[in-house]
Design a protein around this ligand. Sequence first.
Ligand code: TYD
Length: 220
Amino acid sequence: MPHCNRKAMNEMKQNTTGKFIVFEGIDGAGKTTQIRLLEAYLQKKGRRVVCTAEPTDLPSGKQLRRALSGEEPKTPCELAALFTLDRIAHNMQPKTGIAALLESGNDLICDRYFYSTLAYQGSETDPDWVRSMNLNCPEIRHPDLCIFLDLSPEESMKRINSRPEAREIYETRERLERVRAQFHAVLKTFDPQSVRIVDAGKSIDEVQSEIQRIVDPILK
Ligand code: TYD
């Protein structure tokens, strides 16, 4: 293919590829609510949006849920590898995977991604190994934007305790404290333009307005 055609094709591909936005936060930070609001905001702008999450509903994700509930205990390395495997499967599923959806022009909002593995599993096993396995994997796409909803462990525990669902293994105060610190350490190592920290202690509307202000410039 002549050089100019290839350039034009690349530009076209870039223009038609959707945006990949990840939400992260310690448990109780309000990801679910804010993701739904952002989805509605993007749809109102006429964009096609798909919301997705990790762990997935694929076999690897189901295995992870059994591990997280304590039903099928796993070592920290097994968990790190399994979360990474689940992420690869999430990326590579034909038609419904991250790569396929973005390439067919959908925006993707994902509840948790590799930042979670770096923070949670990275604090329980070798962080360099966990980081390299995720960031250097050719089948794990890097997001356009990561929004970290930041909340104090006190407020997080209050919110978690008011929920009816059973607690998962990560939801103890000491652990939340450690994971939050670990998240901050991990986020610092990324380009500050692509990883944004939002104060999730504010009202739902205030948090959403801030998110929209951050997302707007990447939509162009
Ligand atoms: P989930 O029920 O999806 O909770 P939440 O609404 O808080 O996201 O459970 C996900 C749990 O899995 C959460 O406690 C964090 C943990 N997790 C990891 O430890 N590593 C990971 O890579 C991911 C994606 C999640």
